[in-house]
Structures are given as C-alpha cells and as structure tokens.
Design a protein around this ligand. Structure first.
Ligand code: ZN
Length: 279
C-alpha cells in the first residue's frame, strides 16, 4: 500500500532537490507501464487523469485503477486529477479516491482564481488530500498563447490559497512534440525567491532533457508533467505491434507488445529528474 498525496511526494523532493514526474494517463496500458517504470527506477510517480482521459473513462473507474496500482506498488503513487475546471469535478475526483486535485483557474483574473482555488484547497485539505493550483496561463501548441507568471501574483496566489504545489508559466507550452526553446530561468528564479511552495511545470515534454535535470536539481521545481512524449512512445509501439501481423485482431494480444517499449521510454524520462539512484 503506497498510495500517497501530492504533498507526501513533493515535500521530500523540495528538501532533497529532485523532481517527481506527473505522467498523463489515457488508459490501463499506460498507467500500468508508468508504475512498472517507477518501480524499476525506484522513484515516486504521479498518475494523472486529465480532461481527455476523463472523457474516455469515468472518474470513479480511474480512481479505482490508480488505487489498485498504488496498492500493489513498491514506490509511492499519487492519484492526481489534472486540470479540474469546476468544483463539482474536483469533488467527484475526491469522492472517487483521488489523493490530489489540480484546480485550473488560470484563465480567470487573479482575484477569481485565488477565490476558486482556495475553495478547492479547503475541500482537499479537509479530506486529507492535496491540491495544485495554476498562476499565469500555460498555452497549447497550435492553440491558445501563454501568459507568463508574474512573481508578485504568484506570491499572493500561494499565500492566499494554501496550495501544495503551484503550476507556473515560464515559457512552457502544452502538447509540444519537439524539445525546442527551453524555459525562462530568470523568471523561475524570481518566482522561487518569493515563495516556498513546490513549483510545477506543465508541458514538460517540450523541455530539453538536460534542462529538466538542471531545474529538478537546482530549483524549487518539484513536478514536471509529461504527456506528449510518452503518448508518442506508446503510439509508436502500438503502430509497430499492429503492423507486425495483419491477421491479428485481438487487442489484448496487440496491446501486450506496447508494455516493454513504454516501460523503457518512461524509465528514461523518470531517470532524468535527479531522484537518488535505487539501491
Ligand atoms: Zn497542463
């Protein structure tokens, strides 16, 4: 039984200078591979159910899947709601056994974002679980533009909401398939100078691996969300398996062949976040 809250895994990361991966799940195959990779590396892992995951599988089912995997894991596993947009959605995740809620009020004005996030934090903490908030807006590749996090607003947000982790916008962009520009380290330094709250980078797939390691071990960034990079690895493995034999039609047989490649790709991702080596 290694079910953990977000605070359980991020506070040691903050103290000991490493980061924990928030891995975007879409189904049983990837979440199972992510936990196997975390056990192989010997680090904690955050399983995340985002909007597209929830559109595919109901939250109460996802909560059971995450908790089942956590129960059997040798490393801490967090059951995390990614980008909850309403109080009711966060409430449903809590009732479904999630141990961490992310409320995304980042499209709203500061005062409204603070009020709404504080309400979710209060609900989460009353139930003994964690809450992540977002200040500044992290845009989407080919979609909405980002609005960078203002350090003064981040201070107010952290102080008034009581969040356990704070997602910031510092040059990161969701859904990037290439590791291009890198993040604004001056802005990160300005934000971490004014708050003790562990910082979170959404859109981690677009951050060059060397910079992930440098930030994980040298700043208060304690969580990197990784989705696209591992979705691409899964897609490649699935395509290879499907094309391997045109006569096969049983999907369990086909999907089985995605497991090892996805575990290997995930282990590479997890190994770059500065967690002390196993053994
Ligand atoms: Zn995100």
């Amino acid at each position: 039984m290694t079910l953990a809250t977000l605070a359980d895994v991020l506070q040691p990361a903050l103290k000991n200078q490493y980061a924990v991966a928030g891995l975007v799940t879409l189904g049983w195959e990837d979440m199972r591979a992510y936990v196997a990779a975390a056990e192989m590396v010997g680090c904690p892992v955050i399983l995340q159910a985002g909007p597209s995951c929830r559109a595919h599988t109901p939250l109460p089912i996802l909560g059971k899947m995450f908790r089942h995997l956590a129960d059997g894991a040798s490393v801490p596993v967090v059951a995390h709601l990614d980008h909850g947009y309403t109080y009711d959605e966060c409430r449903e995740a809590l009732d479904s056994g999630f141990t961490s809620l992310m409320y995304d009020g980042s499209r709203a004005e500061l005062a409204q974002n603070i009020d709404e996030t504080a309400r979710i934090v209060e609900m989460a903490h009353a139930a003994g679980i964690s809450c992540e908030g977002e200040i500044g807006f992290v845009g989407y590749s080919g979609g909405e533009n980002s609005a960078g996090t203002d350090p003064a607003e981040a201070t107010e947000f952290a102080r008034q909401t009581g969040v356990d982790a704070m997602a910031i916008s510092v040059g990161n962009v969701h859904l990037q398939q290439d590791k291009e520009g890198g993040l604004d380290t001056d802005r990160i330094a300005a934000i971490q100078a004014v708050t003790q709250v562990p910082l979170v980078i959404h859109g981690g797939s677009g951050v060059p691996v060397a910079q992930r390691t440098a930030l994980a071990t040298g700043t208060s960034i304690c969580k990197f969300n990784i989705g696209t990079e591992l979705r691409m690895a899964f897609g490649d493995a699935l395509r290879t398996a499907v094309n391997a034999d045109a006569s096969r039609f049983d999907r369990v047989t086909i999907l089985k062949e995605t497991h090892d490649p996805l575990v290997a790709a995930t282990a590479r991702v997890l190994s770059a976040f500065g967690h002390p080596a196993k053994g």
